[in-house]
Design a protein around this ligand. Structure first.
Ligand SMILES: Nc1ncnc2c1ncn2[C@@H]1O[C@H](COP(=O)(O)OP(=O)(O)OP(=O)(O)O)[C@@H](O)[C@H]1O
Length: 888
């Protein structure tokens, strides 16, 4: 530490530009300008004893200066001055030569300094000499006079700091003592604050105890970053009290600024440190993995997943949730349990179409109608309703239109109509099958706490389709059931409710998903099993079965071309005429829809494909020309090299005629024989009814099943027993009850009907009766079999045969009232399919007949019954068995 030094009267002056050297502080400077190099060389380097120089601050008035700055920031530039370079310290000094424009303001006071270390260097290749000097400030002086010594200045100076004796006296001043205590306390505070950050402050603490307080003030202040003005004011504080209060003020300010900075960093650290920590940890993890040779692409994978998630357009709350999950994933090892489930979950979040929609273009009703017409034959009313639906959407795109529910037997085009709606609206189409869904989790997903949990079918479907506004078909909505695992219908209620489906909650997803943009369409075979609350949300559109004529037209216009196309054929290879189609319908199908018909056509196409492929193997066919040549050769049996006759084409034959004239006959034209070969012997014929009712006890009923209207042959027989009723077939409860009622009704009227007398069977004595529905494989229920059961029992007991051309439908109670039954149209269509010409039906159902196609009605005799007796009147070949009885 600098002790009290004797100052010479003159000191060579090294100017410090905008910088102050305070007593007690140490700086390193580099001298490169010729002036300063000269000064250092002469005043310090070449002296044997340690020399002193004066450091004088200068503030330049000119903005530009040619001064070179040492690394420490001190200006080491001495300037070349002219011959009259003595300058009064206060006067602004004009430079001569090229630096004349520079104005230098010399400060009045400076600090004497000694070199603690000197080193000389020679710059290559210029050979310029430079010095690096470590200077220690010793004590203040004031400049009396400034004069030139060669290229640098020297100043006549007078010492400003007190001598040791003066200092001793001044220290007795109580004010100064108080000030120095205050300063020390503040300095101590600063040290203890710094102590928490740096270990080196220990040394400063020692200083505090050993160095006189007036020097301490300089040392402390010198270590802060202060403005030039503040440094100057400290330099100018010659008076001890002024110096201490200035220093106390500066130390205190520094302390405060450290505290504020600390507070801010604490706050910022709170935010930053988490991510920084994560970053660091991740770096470390990567390094560890690399060491272990375990550095698969997993990290990249997760990064890719994050990018995918970022571009998924999740709403903010979902995004937050996803990020939380991603952070969890990052902390896990791929081998860790839970990693893959977490990953699969995040993949789902990233894949879901949160924002993605298929652009809906301006709806064109005419194009939509054209599309529906080209996809489907007939169904005029249904298509009209769909067009209305689309029209409303066109006028009010965000309208919460009704949810259409197509109800009808299988294969009548419910699914394909829904997909046509999607095409007409230019939206994507997704089909969600609900058949057999008994678990609510199928709709809503399982919570992720379950092992193997999955999202529900809806969310899964949306992921597959990739847009949030598809047409979603809820297929077979009538086939959902409920059991202990919850009620899927309840979940569907939420899905179909526009109020609730904005925030649909899938248990697996665990964040709400907006389903409001989805257009739902449902299908069902029957409306009856659909829970009323669900049915209430939908508009039921019934699709009845097709008549054979309609089926023929659908087949020739739609199915045959499609089937040919699917098998890589064209009409030149396979021809299926309308007659053949009609034959297939009559002999090989008995359905309300056209599924089996399509299947049979596909079988024919497959057989044709084999033939064509075989022929192509033997003769390379290339479309139009080759088959012609090939068939000509085959037909005329011309041997190789034989002459080929020339055919003269008559003039005036146009292009069209020419091409027809040259078209080859189809390779595979289906005829009756071909049908049997490919499809086997006919499965149905019109004689079935006649054969079945040949024995008494069999009647022909019309029932409604999930497959549409059906003809059912009810068989009854009797045997010795206890008067019990046995029922077989796959029957529902209602039909069992109907059978019981029918039997009771017949027993009650046994005497009137004179059944015992006519048949010799004593019903009243009690015999077991067995009733069977042979087509029992078709699950059926419903109350419409009552009169059929009665007829079959009366036939059994009276041993009379029912008419084979007559089918019946109608329910009855114990009192014998005939109740109206539904599905008349489908039932009549079924009768038509079976070639049945007479139908007995409850009189009240007459209004339903308007729906039956006139072509079907035309060939049918319809008998309207008011009572069960009316049915019996018309069911038997030889008339009613009780006619002779007086009471009837
Ligand atoms: N009117 C029609 N015009 C043209 N093709 C039709 C018509 N009706 C049905 N089809 C065709 O019949 C086939 C079966 O139809 P679809 O699958 O839509 O029946 P579905 O009623 O949905 O049956 P399911 O209840 O079993 O799902 C489809 O290939 C469909 O294109």
């Amino acid at each position: 530490m600098a002790e009290m030094v004797e100052l010479p009267g003159r000191l060579a002056i090294l100017p410090f530009r905008n910088k102050v050297l305070l007593p007690g502080s140490i700086v390193r400077i580099r001298c490169t300008s010729p002036t300063s190099v000269k000064l250092v060389e002469q005043e310090l380097w070449q002296r044997e004893e340690k020399g002193l120089i004066g450091v004088l601050p200068v503030h330049d008035a000119g903005a530009e200066s040619s001064a070179s700055t040492s690394p420490s920031g001190a200006t080491n530039d001495s300037r070349d001055h002219g011959s009259n370079n003595s300058a009064s310290p206060t006067e602004s000094h004009k430079q001569d030569g090229k630096n004349q424009h520079d104005l230098i303001n010399w400060h009045k006071r400076g600090v004497a300094a000694r070199a603690l270390h000197l080193s000389r260097g020679v710059e290559k290749p210029s050979g310029r000499v430079t010095y690096s000097v470590i200077l220690e400030g010793l004590c203040r002086f004031s400049v009396q006079e400034l004069s030139a010594r060669g290229t640098y200045y020297v100043a006549r100076i007078s010492r400003l700091d007190l001598s040791q004796i003066e200092m001793g006296q001044a220290e007795q001043d109580p004010d100064l003592q108080a000030l120095s205590r205050h300063f020390k306390a503040t300095a101590m505070e600063l040290i203890s604050v710094l102590e928490q950050k740096q270990k080196t402050v220990g040394r400063t603490k020692v200083l505090l105890e050993t160095v006189p307080v007036h020097r301490l003030a300089d040392i402390f202040v010198a270590s802060f970053e202060l403005s030039f003005e503040e440094q100057l004011s400290m330099l100018d504080a010659v008076d001890l009290k002024a110096r201490l209060s200035k220093a106390t003020e500066l130390v205190d300010r520094h302390l405060q600024s450290i505290r504020v900075a600390e507070k801010i960093t604490q706050k910022v650290e709170g935010q930053l440190s988490k991510s920084q920590k994560e970053f660091l940890l991740r770096q470390q993890m990567r390094a560890i993995k690399e060491e272990l040779g375990d550095n698969d692409d997993d990290e990249d994978d997760v990064a890719a997943l994050e990018r995918k998630m970022q571009s998924a357009g999740m709403p903010p709350n979902v995004w937050k949730h996803a990020q939380r999950e991603l952070r969890r994933l990052r902390k896990m090892q791929p081998q860790q349990p839970g990693y893959s489930s977490s990953r699969v979950y995040l993949e789902l979040l990233a894949d879901l179409p949160w924002q993605k929609v298929s652009e809906e273009r301006e709806l064109d009703l005419r194009a939509a109608k054209k599309r529906l017409d080209s996809d489907h034959y007939g169904l005029t009313k249904v298509k009209q309703r769909i067009i209305e639906y689309i029209a409303v959407r066109k006028l009010k795109p965000d309208a919460r239109g009704p949810i259409l529910c197509f109800v009808g037997p299988p294969g009548v085009g419910k699914t394909s109509l829904a997909s046509s709606i999607a095409a007409a609206l230019d939206r994507k189409f997704i089909r969600i099958s609900l058949g057999g869904v008994k678990d609510e989790a199928d709709i809503r997903g399982h919570r992720r706490t379950y092992i193997g949990s999955m999202p529900g079918r809806l969310i899964e479907g949306l992921k597959r389709v990739g847009v949030s506004n598809p047409v979603m078909l809820l297929d077979e909505i009538d086939k959902t059931g409920s059991d202990a695992r919850g009620d899927p219908a309840a979940a569907l209620l939420e899905v179909l409710d526009p109020e609730q489906n904005k925030t649909f909650n899938d248990h697996y997803l665990n964040v709400p998903f907006d389903l409001s943009k989805v257009i739902f369409v449902a299908t069902a075979n029957r409306a009856q099993p659909i829970p009323p609350a669900l049915l209430d949300r939908m508009e039921v559109i019934e699709l009845p079965g097709y008549t054979p004529e309609e089926k023929t037209r659908i087949a020739t216009r739609h199915l045959v071309p499609r089937v040919l196309d699917q098998h890589g054929l064209n009409p030149e290879y396979l021809q299926i005429s309308e007659d053949v189609v009609a034959l297939i319908i009559r002999r090989y199908t008995r359905e309300a829809g056209i599924r089996n018909l399509e299947r049979n056509l596909a079988a024919l196409a497959r057989a044709a494909a084999v033939r064509v492929a075989e022929q192509q193997n033997s003769v390379p066919l290339s479309k139009d020309v080759q088959p012609l040549a090939a068939s000509l050769l085959e037909e005329s049996q011309l041997a190789d090299g034989a002459e080929v006759e020339m055919e003269v084409i008559p003039m005036g034959v146009n292009k069209q005629e020419l091409s027809t004239a040259f078209r080859s006959p189809p390779i595979f034209a289906v005829d009756e024989a071909m049908l049997e070969k490919v499809l086997g012997p006919p499965r149905f014929d019109d004689t079935e009814a006649a054969e079945r009712v040949a024995t008494p006890g069999v009647s022909v009923g019309l029932v409604w099943t999930t497959f549409g209207g059906e003809v059912q042959f009810v068989e009854a027989t009797t045997m010795v027993g206890k008067g019990e009723l046995h029922l077989t077939g796959q029957l529902g409860d209602v039909i069992k009850e109907s059978a019981q009622i029918a039997l009771t009704w017949v027993r009650a009227r046994a005497a009137d009907l004179m059944l015992s007398a006519t048949s010799g069977l004593n019903l009243l004595e009690g015999r077991d009766i067995h009733v069977h529905f042979p087509a029992g494989a078709v699950p059926k229920d419903g109350p419409s079999a009552g009169v059929t059961l009665v007829t079959s029992l009366v036939s059994l007991f009276s041993q009379r045969r029912v008419r084979s051309d007559t089918a019946m439908t109608g329910e009855m109670t114990l009192r014998g009232l005939v109740l109206p039954v539904g599905g008349i149209k489908d039932k009549i269509l079924a009768a038509h399919r079976y070639g049945i010409k007479r139908v007995i039906l409850p009189e009240k159902n007459v209004k339903d007949l308007v729906e039956v196609p006139p072509a079907v009605l035309a060939g049918m005799e319809l008998l309207l019954a008011k009572r069960v007796e009316d049915v019996l009147d018309n069911a038997f070949e030889e008339g009613c068995p009780w006619r002779q009885h007086s009471r009837l």
